[in-house]
Design a protein around this ligand. Structure first.
Ligand SMILES: NC(=O)c1ccc[n+]([C@@H]2O[C@H](COP(=O)([O-])OP(=O)(O)OC[C@H]3O[C@@H](n4cnc5c(N)ncnc54)[C@H](O)[C@@H]3O)[C@@H](O)[C@H]2O)c1
Length: 441
Protein backbone atom coordinates (compact mmCIF):
# COMPACT_ATOMS: atom_id res chain seq x y z
CA UNK A 1 0.00 0.00 0.00
CA UNK A 2 1.33 3.47 -0.90
CA UNK A 3 1.49 5.61 2.22
CA UNK A 4 0.18 9.14 2.06
CA UNK A 5 1.02 11.58 4.78
CA UNK A 6 -1.70 14.19 5.15
CA UNK A 7 -0.33 17.36 6.74
CA UNK A 8 -2.76 20.07 7.83
CA UNK A 9 -1.18 23.43 8.64
CA UNK A 10 -2.75 26.27 10.57
CA UNK A 11 -1.11 29.33 8.99
CA UNK A 12 0.09 29.38 5.38
CA UNK A 13 2.99 31.76 5.95
CA UNK A 14 6.74 31.83 5.38
CA UNK A 15 7.64 28.59 7.17
CA UNK A 16 4.86 26.34 5.88
CA UNK A 17 5.18 27.55 2.29
CA UNK A 18 8.98 27.17 2.42
CA UNK A 19 8.58 23.57 3.54
CA UNK A 20 6.14 22.81 0.73
CA UNK A 21 8.24 24.58 -1.90
CA UNK A 22 11.48 23.02 -0.66
CA UNK A 23 10.11 19.52 -1.18
CA UNK A 24 8.82 20.45 -4.65
CA UNK A 25 12.20 21.98 -5.57
CA UNK A 26 14.09 18.96 -4.28
CA UNK A 27 11.92 16.72 -6.44
CA UNK A 28 12.40 18.84 -9.55
CA UNK A 29 16.09 19.56 -9.13
CA UNK A 30 17.10 16.31 -7.49
CA UNK A 31 18.36 18.26 -4.47
CA UNK A 32 19.28 16.47 -1.24
CA UNK A 33 17.09 17.30 1.77
CA UNK A 34 19.43 19.35 3.93
CA UNK A 35 18.78 20.15 7.57
CA UNK A 36 16.66 17.12 8.42
CA UNK A 37 18.34 15.12 11.19
CA UNK A 38 15.73 12.38 10.97
CA UNK A 39 16.20 11.78 7.25
CA UNK A 40 19.97 12.02 7.63
CA UNK A 41 19.83 9.26 10.22
CA UNK A 42 17.62 7.18 7.94
CA UNK A 43 20.03 7.66 5.03
CA UNK A 44 22.98 6.59 7.21
CA UNK A 45 21.13 3.49 8.31
CA UNK A 46 20.58 2.64 4.65
CA UNK A 47 24.29 2.85 3.96
CA UNK A 48 25.02 6.56 3.62
CA UNK A 49 24.53 9.16 0.94
CA UNK A 50 22.34 12.25 1.15
CA UNK A 51 18.69 12.04 2.18
CA UNK A 52 16.33 12.45 -0.73
CA UNK A 53 12.62 12.92 -1.44
CA UNK A 54 12.44 9.30 -2.59
CA UNK A 55 12.53 8.36 1.11
CA UNK A 56 9.36 10.27 1.85
CA UNK A 57 5.81 9.06 1.60
CA UNK A 58 3.59 11.07 -0.74
CA UNK A 59 2.64 14.23 1.14
CA UNK A 60 -0.74 15.94 0.76
CA UNK A 61 -1.37 19.42 2.17
CA UNK A 62 -4.30 21.18 3.71
CA UNK A 63 -3.87 24.77 4.89
CA UNK A 64 -6.00 27.24 6.80
CA UNK A 65 -5.28 30.92 6.88
CA UNK A 66 -7.17 34.07 7.74
CA UNK A 67 -5.62 35.62 4.63
CA UNK A 68 -6.86 34.59 1.22
CA UNK A 69 -3.62 33.20 -0.12
CA UNK A 70 -1.99 30.27 -1.85
CA UNK A 71 1.42 28.87 -0.97
CA UNK A 72 2.74 30.68 -4.07
CA UNK A 73 1.33 34.00 -2.73
CA UNK A 74 2.99 33.40 0.63
CA UNK A 75 6.34 32.62 -1.01
CA UNK A 76 6.15 35.71 -3.19
CA UNK A 77 5.15 38.01 -0.33
CA UNK A 78 7.58 36.61 2.25
CA UNK A 79 10.50 36.65 -0.24
CA UNK A 80 12.16 33.51 1.09
CA UNK A 81 13.05 31.82 -2.21
CA UNK A 82 14.98 33.28 -5.11
CA UNK A 83 12.68 34.23 -8.04
CA UNK A 84 14.22 31.53 -10.27
CA UNK A 85 13.38 28.83 -7.69
CA UNK A 86 9.91 30.23 -7.17
CA UNK A 87 9.24 30.16 -10.91
CA UNK A 88 10.05 26.47 -10.98
CA UNK A 89 7.50 25.48 -8.35
CA UNK A 90 4.90 28.24 -8.76
CA UNK A 91 2.34 26.04 -10.55
CA UNK A 92 2.46 23.42 -7.82
CA UNK A 93 2.38 26.04 -5.06
CA UNK A 94 -0.61 27.80 -6.64
CA UNK A 95 -2.62 24.65 -6.07
CA UNK A 96 -2.20 24.84 -2.28
CA UNK A 97 -4.89 27.32 -1.43
CA UNK A 98 -5.76 28.21 2.17
CA UNK A 99 -9.23 27.52 3.55
CA UNK A 100 -10.75 30.21 5.78
CA UNK A 101 -9.42 30.20 9.34
CA UNK A 102 -10.67 31.36 12.71
CA UNK A 103 -9.43 34.58 14.27
CA UNK A 104 -10.11 36.17 17.65
CA UNK A 105 -10.06 39.90 18.39
CA UNK A 106 -8.17 39.30 21.64
CA UNK A 107 -5.57 36.71 20.55
CA UNK A 108 -5.03 37.41 16.86
CA UNK A 109 -4.47 41.16 17.19
CA UNK A 110 -4.71 43.35 14.11
CA UNK A 111 -3.51 40.84 11.49
CA UNK A 112 -5.05 41.06 8.03
CA UNK A 113 -8.29 39.05 7.94
CA UNK A 114 -9.61 38.25 4.50
CA UNK A 115 -11.43 34.96 5.03
CA UNK A 116 -12.89 33.83 8.31
CA UNK A 117 -14.99 31.09 9.80
CA UNK A 118 -18.03 32.71 11.45
CA UNK A 119 -19.87 30.65 14.03
CA UNK A 120 -21.88 31.46 17.14
CA UNK A 121 -20.11 29.06 19.50
CA UNK A 122 -16.65 27.57 19.68
CA UNK A 123 -18.24 24.17 19.03
CA UNK A 124 -19.43 25.43 15.64
CA UNK A 125 -15.89 26.52 14.75
CA UNK A 126 -14.51 23.13 15.77
CA UNK A 127 -17.20 21.38 13.72
CA UNK A 128 -16.25 23.41 10.66
CA UNK A 129 -12.56 22.64 11.07
CA UNK A 130 -13.38 18.96 11.55
CA UNK A 131 -15.41 18.97 8.38
CA UNK A 132 -12.43 20.45 6.53
CA UNK A 133 -10.20 17.70 7.90
CA UNK A 134 -12.62 14.95 6.99
CA UNK A 135 -12.96 16.29 3.43
CA UNK A 136 -9.19 16.51 3.20
CA UNK A 137 -8.65 12.94 4.35
CA UNK A 138 -11.27 11.65 1.95
CA UNK A 139 -10.02 13.69 -1.01
CA UNK A 140 -6.35 12.94 -0.44
CA UNK A 141 -6.71 9.35 0.71
CA UNK A 142 -4.11 10.08 3.41
CA UNK A 143 -3.23 7.16 5.63
CA UNK A 144 -1.25 9.08 8.28
CA UNK A 145 -2.22 12.53 9.51
CA UNK A 146 -0.53 15.35 11.35
CA UNK A 147 -1.63 18.88 12.25
CA UNK A 148 1.02 21.62 12.56
CA UNK A 149 0.20 24.93 14.20
CA UNK A 150 2.25 27.50 12.26
CA UNK A 151 0.06 30.56 12.69
CA UNK A 152 1.34 33.94 13.81
CA UNK A 153 2.29 34.31 17.47
CA UNK A 154 -0.86 34.77 19.50
CA UNK A 155 -1.15 37.66 21.90
CA UNK A 156 -0.49 36.98 25.59
CA UNK A 157 -3.09 37.79 28.21
CA UNK A 158 -5.75 36.13 30.32
CA UNK A 159 -7.45 33.23 28.55
CA UNK A 160 -10.12 31.73 30.83
CA UNK A 161 -10.99 29.22 28.09
CA UNK A 162 -7.70 27.42 28.74
CA UNK A 163 -9.09 26.11 32.01
CA UNK A 164 -12.39 24.89 30.54
CA UNK A 165 -13.40 21.28 30.06
CA UNK A 166 -14.14 20.34 26.46
CA UNK A 167 -17.93 20.37 26.66
CA UNK A 168 -18.05 23.76 28.33
CA UNK A 169 -15.53 25.24 25.92
CA UNK A 170 -17.49 24.06 22.89
CA UNK A 171 -20.72 25.50 24.25
CA UNK A 172 -19.16 28.92 24.93
CA UNK A 173 -20.20 31.79 22.64
CA UNK A 174 -17.42 33.02 20.37
CA UNK A 175 -18.19 36.55 21.54
CA UNK A 176 -16.72 35.68 24.95
CA UNK A 177 -13.35 35.69 23.17
CA UNK A 178 -11.65 33.57 25.83
CA UNK A 179 -10.03 30.77 23.76
CA UNK A 180 -6.93 31.25 21.56
CA UNK A 181 -7.65 30.05 17.98
CA UNK A 182 -4.72 27.60 18.07
CA UNK A 183 -6.60 25.64 20.75
CA UNK A 184 -9.63 25.20 18.49
CA UNK A 185 -7.51 23.91 15.60
CA UNK A 186 -5.81 21.45 17.96
CA UNK A 187 -9.13 20.21 19.36
CA UNK A 188 -10.50 19.65 15.85
CA UNK A 189 -7.31 17.86 14.83
CA UNK A 190 -7.29 15.56 17.86
CA UNK A 191 -10.97 14.74 17.44
CA UNK A 192 -10.21 13.71 13.86
CA UNK A 193 -7.23 11.60 14.88
CA UNK A 194 -4.47 13.95 13.67
CA UNK A 195 -1.24 14.06 15.68
CA UNK A 196 -0.58 17.63 16.87
CA UNK A 197 2.56 19.74 16.79
CA UNK A 198 2.85 23.31 18.08
CA UNK A 199 5.67 25.07 16.23
CA UNK A 200 4.96 28.43 17.91
CA UNK A 201 5.04 29.83 21.46
CA UNK A 202 1.25 29.52 21.79
CA UNK A 203 -0.62 28.26 24.86
CA UNK A 204 -2.21 25.43 22.90
CA UNK A 205 -0.91 22.68 25.17
CA UNK A 206 -1.89 24.59 28.30
CA UNK A 207 -5.54 24.13 27.40
CA UNK A 208 -7.23 21.66 29.73
CA UNK A 209 -9.43 20.37 26.88
CA UNK A 210 -6.41 19.69 24.64
CA UNK A 211 -4.51 17.90 27.38
CA UNK A 212 -7.55 15.80 28.26
CA UNK A 213 -8.01 14.79 24.61
CA UNK A 214 -4.36 13.79 24.27
CA UNK A 215 -4.59 11.81 27.48
CA UNK A 216 -7.83 10.07 26.51
CA UNK A 217 -6.89 9.32 22.91
CA UNK A 218 -3.14 8.73 23.28
CA UNK A 219 -2.60 10.59 20.00
CA UNK A 220 1.04 11.72 19.77
CA UNK A 221 1.81 15.42 20.20
CA UNK A 222 4.91 17.62 20.38
CA UNK A 223 5.88 21.24 21.00
CA UNK A 224 6.39 24.03 21.60
CA UNK A 225 8.11 26.84 19.64
CA UNK A 226 10.70 25.63 17.13
CA UNK A 227 14.31 25.97 18.22
CA UNK A 228 15.83 27.02 14.92
CA UNK A 229 18.73 29.50 15.07
CA UNK A 230 19.79 31.65 17.97
CA UNK A 231 18.13 29.62 20.70
CA UNK A 232 19.49 26.41 19.18
CA UNK A 233 23.04 27.78 19.31
CA UNK A 234 22.45 28.90 22.87
CA UNK A 235 21.61 25.32 23.85
CA UNK A 236 24.80 24.20 22.09
CA UNK A 237 27.06 26.79 23.78
CA UNK A 238 25.61 26.70 27.30
CA UNK A 239 26.44 23.01 27.88
CA UNK A 240 29.99 23.90 26.75
CA UNK A 241 30.31 26.39 29.60
CA UNK A 242 28.79 23.92 32.04
CA UNK A 243 31.12 21.07 30.97
CA UNK A 244 34.16 23.26 31.68
CA UNK A 245 32.69 24.56 34.97
CA UNK A 246 32.87 28.12 33.70
CA UNK A 247 30.63 30.69 35.35
CA UNK A 248 28.17 33.11 33.78
CA UNK A 249 27.62 36.74 34.72
CA UNK A 250 25.24 37.49 31.88
CA UNK A 251 23.98 36.59 28.42
CA UNK A 252 22.52 39.23 26.18
CA UNK A 253 20.75 38.17 22.98
CA UNK A 254 19.40 40.62 20.45
CA UNK A 255 17.27 39.53 17.47
CA UNK A 256 16.58 41.62 14.40
CA UNK A 257 13.73 40.28 12.31
CA UNK A 258 12.28 41.67 9.11
CA UNK A 259 9.66 39.12 8.08
CA UNK A 260 5.94 38.91 8.89
CA UNK A 261 6.74 37.03 12.09
CA UNK A 262 8.91 40.03 13.07
CA UNK A 263 6.08 42.43 12.31
CA UNK A 264 3.76 40.44 14.56
CA UNK A 265 6.41 40.35 17.30
CA UNK A 266 6.67 44.15 17.20
CA UNK A 267 3.50 44.06 19.33
CA UNK A 268 4.63 43.62 22.97
CA UNK A 269 1.66 41.31 23.66
CA UNK A 270 2.84 38.89 20.94
CA UNK A 271 6.49 39.32 21.96
CA UNK A 272 5.78 38.30 25.56
CA UNK A 273 5.29 34.59 24.80
CA UNK A 274 8.29 34.49 22.43
CA UNK A 275 10.65 36.13 24.92
CA UNK A 276 9.44 33.82 27.64
CA UNK A 277 10.17 30.70 25.58
CA UNK A 278 13.49 32.08 24.31
CA UNK A 279 14.46 33.09 27.83
CA UNK A 280 13.59 29.79 29.44
CA UNK A 281 16.34 27.68 27.87
CA UNK A 282 19.35 28.86 29.90
CA UNK A 283 17.73 28.49 33.29
CA UNK A 284 17.52 24.73 32.96
CA UNK A 285 20.98 24.16 31.50
CA UNK A 286 22.88 26.57 33.75
CA UNK A 287 20.97 25.82 36.91
CA UNK A 288 21.12 28.64 39.49
CA UNK A 289 20.21 26.40 42.41
CA UNK A 290 22.50 23.51 41.55
CA UNK A 291 25.64 25.68 41.13
CA UNK A 292 24.93 29.10 42.68
CA UNK A 293 28.68 30.05 42.68
CA UNK A 294 28.69 29.71 38.85
CA UNK A 295 25.18 30.59 37.70
CA UNK A 296 23.34 31.96 40.73
CA UNK A 297 23.36 35.61 39.66
CA UNK A 298 23.43 35.51 35.87
CA UNK A 299 21.50 38.16 34.01
CA UNK A 300 19.84 36.75 30.86
CA UNK A 301 18.20 39.22 28.50
CA UNK A 302 16.47 38.68 25.19
CA UNK A 303 15.29 41.49 22.95
CA UNK A 304 13.53 41.39 19.59
CA UNK A 305 13.44 44.25 17.12
CA UNK A 306 11.45 44.51 13.89
CA UNK A 307 13.54 45.88 11.02
CA UNK A 308 11.69 45.26 7.71
CA UNK A 309 14.80 45.64 5.53
CA UNK A 310 16.14 42.29 6.77
CA UNK A 311 13.19 40.31 5.33
CA UNK A 312 13.45 36.62 6.20
CA UNK A 313 17.21 36.97 6.83
CA UNK A 314 17.36 37.22 10.54
CA UNK A 315 20.23 38.78 12.42
CA UNK A 316 21.14 37.78 15.95
CA UNK A 317 23.80 39.18 18.28
CA UNK A 318 25.04 37.40 21.36
CA UNK A 319 27.22 38.74 24.13
CA UNK A 320 28.15 36.14 26.72
CA UNK A 321 29.85 37.49 29.86
CA UNK A 322 31.43 34.47 31.46
CA UNK A 323 34.14 33.99 34.09
CA UNK A 324 36.85 31.50 34.97
CA UNK A 325 39.79 30.84 37.31
CA UNK A 326 39.96 33.37 40.20
CA UNK A 327 36.65 34.79 38.90
CA UNK A 328 38.35 36.64 36.04
CA UNK A 329 35.79 37.88 33.48
CA UNK A 330 35.85 37.08 29.76
CA UNK A 331 33.53 37.72 26.87
CA UNK A 332 32.26 35.79 23.89
CA UNK A 333 30.58 37.71 21.06
CA UNK A 334 28.75 36.16 18.20
CA UNK A 335 26.85 37.55 15.27
CA UNK A 336 24.64 35.40 13.11
CA UNK A 337 22.84 36.06 9.86
CA UNK A 338 20.49 33.26 8.99
CA UNK A 339 17.37 32.60 7.01
CA UNK A 340 14.57 31.96 9.44
CA UNK A 341 12.28 29.85 7.27
CA UNK A 342 15.11 27.92 5.59
CA UNK A 343 16.25 26.80 9.04
CA UNK A 344 12.73 26.08 10.24
CA UNK A 345 11.35 24.08 7.28
CA UNK A 346 13.33 20.82 7.77
CA UNK A 347 12.61 20.89 11.51
CA UNK A 348 8.91 21.03 10.75
CA UNK A 349 9.30 18.12 8.33
CA UNK A 350 11.11 16.08 11.01
CA UNK A 351 8.38 16.80 13.53
CA UNK A 352 5.65 15.74 11.11
CA UNK A 353 7.52 12.54 10.18
CA UNK A 354 8.45 11.87 13.80
CA UNK A 355 4.85 12.15 14.95
CA UNK A 356 3.56 9.98 12.11
CA UNK A 357 6.18 7.30 12.87
CA UNK A 358 5.37 7.51 16.58
CA UNK A 359 1.69 7.00 15.80
CA UNK A 360 2.45 3.98 13.68
CA UNK A 361 4.58 2.49 16.44
CA UNK A 362 1.74 2.92 18.94
CA UNK A 363 3.56 5.59 21.00
CA UNK A 364 1.16 7.69 23.00
CA UNK A 365 0.80 11.30 24.08
CA UNK A 366 3.57 13.90 24.33
CA UNK A 367 6.69 12.81 22.45
CA UNK A 368 9.51 13.89 24.73
CA UNK A 369 12.15 12.60 22.29
CA UNK A 370 11.25 15.40 19.84
CA UNK A 371 12.22 18.06 22.43
CA UNK A 372 15.45 18.63 20.49
CA UNK A 373 13.39 20.65 18.03
CA UNK A 374 11.68 22.97 20.52
CA UNK A 375 12.49 25.87 22.79
CA UNK A 376 10.07 24.73 25.45
CA UNK A 377 10.08 21.16 26.53
CA UNK A 378 6.66 19.78 25.78
CA UNK A 379 3.74 21.36 27.58
CA UNK A 380 5.39 24.64 28.38
CA UNK A 381 8.22 23.31 30.52
CA UNK A 382 11.74 24.53 29.77
CA UNK A 383 14.26 22.03 28.40
CA UNK A 384 16.10 20.41 31.24
CA UNK A 385 18.91 19.27 28.94
CA UNK A 386 21.29 20.84 26.47
CA UNK A 387 21.17 20.20 22.75
CA UNK A 388 23.64 17.28 22.97
CA UNK A 389 21.67 15.22 25.47
CA UNK A 390 18.45 15.97 23.65
CA UNK A 391 20.01 14.93 20.37
CA UNK A 392 21.09 11.62 21.93
CA UNK A 393 17.53 11.13 23.10
CA UNK A 394 16.25 11.89 19.59
CA UNK A 395 18.69 9.44 18.01
CA UNK A 396 17.78 6.65 20.40
CA UNK A 397 14.06 6.78 19.73
CA UNK A 398 14.35 7.67 16.05
CA UNK A 399 16.68 4.69 15.49
CA UNK A 400 14.10 2.35 17.00
CA UNK A 401 11.29 3.84 14.95
CA UNK A 402 13.31 3.88 11.73
CA UNK A 403 14.53 0.31 12.19
CA UNK A 404 11.00 -0.80 11.27
CA UNK A 405 11.10 1.16 8.02
CA UNK A 406 12.30 0.29 4.55
CA UNK A 407 13.93 2.84 2.27
CA UNK A 408 10.61 4.62 1.79
CA UNK A 409 9.20 5.75 5.11
CA UNK A 410 5.74 4.68 6.14
CA UNK A 411 4.92 2.10 3.56
CA UNK A 412 2.31 -0.44 4.54
CA UNK A 413 -0.81 -0.20 6.65
CA UNK A 414 -0.70 2.27 9.60
CA UNK A 415 -1.59 0.89 13.03
CA UNK A 416 -4.73 2.88 13.78
CA UNK A 417 -3.18 5.97 12.22
CA UNK A 418 -6.15 7.20 10.29
CA UNK A 419 -8.86 6.50 12.81
CA UNK A 420 -10.92 9.23 14.37
CA UNK A 421 -11.11 9.80 18.10
CA UNK A 422 -14.25 8.72 19.84
CA UNK A 423 -15.55 11.47 22.08
CA UNK A 424 -18.69 11.14 24.08
CA UNK A 425 -21.28 13.68 22.97
CA UNK A 426 -23.77 15.13 25.37
CA UNK A 427 -27.27 15.96 24.23
CA UNK A 428 -28.42 19.57 24.12
CA UNK A 429 -26.52 22.81 23.58
CA UNK A 430 -23.35 21.52 25.27
CA UNK A 431 -22.70 19.03 22.45
CA UNK A 432 -19.84 19.41 20.01
CA UNK A 433 -21.26 22.63 18.67
CA UNK A 434 -24.03 24.26 16.80
CA UNK A 435 -24.90 22.35 13.67
CA UNK A 436 -24.95 25.44 11.53
CA UNK A 437 -24.55 25.16 7.80
CA UNK A 438 -21.18 26.45 6.56
CA UNK A 439 -21.13 30.20 7.19
CA UNK A 440 -18.11 32.12 6.10
CA UNK A 441 -17.31 35.69 5.25
N1 LIG B 1 10.91 30.81 11.31
C1 LIG B 1 11.39 30.36 12.43
O1 LIG B 1 12.57 30.15 12.56
C2 LIG B 1 10.47 30.10 13.59
C3 LIG B 1 11.03 29.62 14.78
C4 LIG B 1 10.20 29.37 15.86
C5 LIG B 1 8.85 29.60 15.77
N2 LIG B 1 8.31 30.10 14.62
C6 LIG B 1 6.88 30.42 14.64
O2 LIG B 1 6.21 29.79 13.55
C7 LIG B 1 5.07 30.58 13.22
C8 LIG B 1 5.06 30.79 11.71
O3 LIG B 1 6.17 31.56 11.33
P1 LIG B 1 6.16 32.26 9.90
O4 LIG B 1 7.49 32.91 9.74
O5 LIG B 1 5.67 31.32 8.88
O6 LIG B 1 5.07 33.39 10.14
P2 LIG B 1 4.22 34.17 9.02
O7 LIG B 1 3.80 35.44 9.67
O8 LIG B 1 4.94 34.23 7.73
O9 LIG B 1 2.94 33.23 8.80
C9 LIG B 1 1.93 33.10 9.74
C10 LIG B 1 0.63 32.86 8.99
O10 LIG B 1 -0.36 32.53 9.96
C11 LIG B 1 -1.57 33.15 9.55
N3 LIG B 1 -2.46 33.21 10.70
C12 LIG B 1 -2.41 34.03 11.77
N4 LIG B 1 -3.40 33.74 12.64
C13 LIG B 1 -4.10 32.71 12.10
C14 LIG B 1 -5.24 31.98 12.51
N5 LIG B 1 -5.83 32.25 13.67
N6 LIG B 1 -5.69 30.99 11.72
C15 LIG B 1 -5.07 30.69 10.53
N7 LIG B 1 -3.98 31.38 10.08
C16 LIG B 1 -3.51 32.37 10.87
C17 LIG B 1 -1.12 34.51 9.01
O11 LIG B 1 -2.10 35.12 8.20
C18 LIG B 1 0.13 34.09 8.24
O12 LIG B 1 -0.16 33.76 6.90
C19 LIG B 1 5.17 31.88 14.02
O13 LIG B 1 4.35 31.82 15.15
C20 LIG B 1 6.62 31.89 14.45
O14 LIG B 1 6.86 32.61 15.65
C21 LIG B 1 9.09 30.36 13.53
Amino acid sequence: MVAKLGIAVGGLGAVSSTLMAGLALARRRGLPLIGSALLDLHASRLGGGPPSVSMLPKIEWLAWDIRRRTAADALREERVLEPSDLRLVRGEMDRVSALPGFASPRFTGDLRREQLIHEGRYGGVVDQLREDLRDFRKRSGSTDNVFLWLGSCELAGPAPGLGMKLDRLLATPVTDDCVPPSVLYAIAALLEGFAVCDCTPSTLFDARAVRALILASGIPAAGKDLRTGQTYLKTVLAPGLRMRSLGLHGWYSHNILGNSDGRVLADPRAREGKIESKGSVLESILDRDEKPWLYGKHDHRVTIEYYPLRGDSKEAWEVVDFFGWCGYPMQLRMQMNCRDSILAAPLVLDCALGLALARRAGRKGMQDWLSFYFKSRLAGEAPRLGAFEEFEQLLRTASTLLSRQGRGLMTGEPRGGASRTRVRRRAGPASLGDRHPRRRA
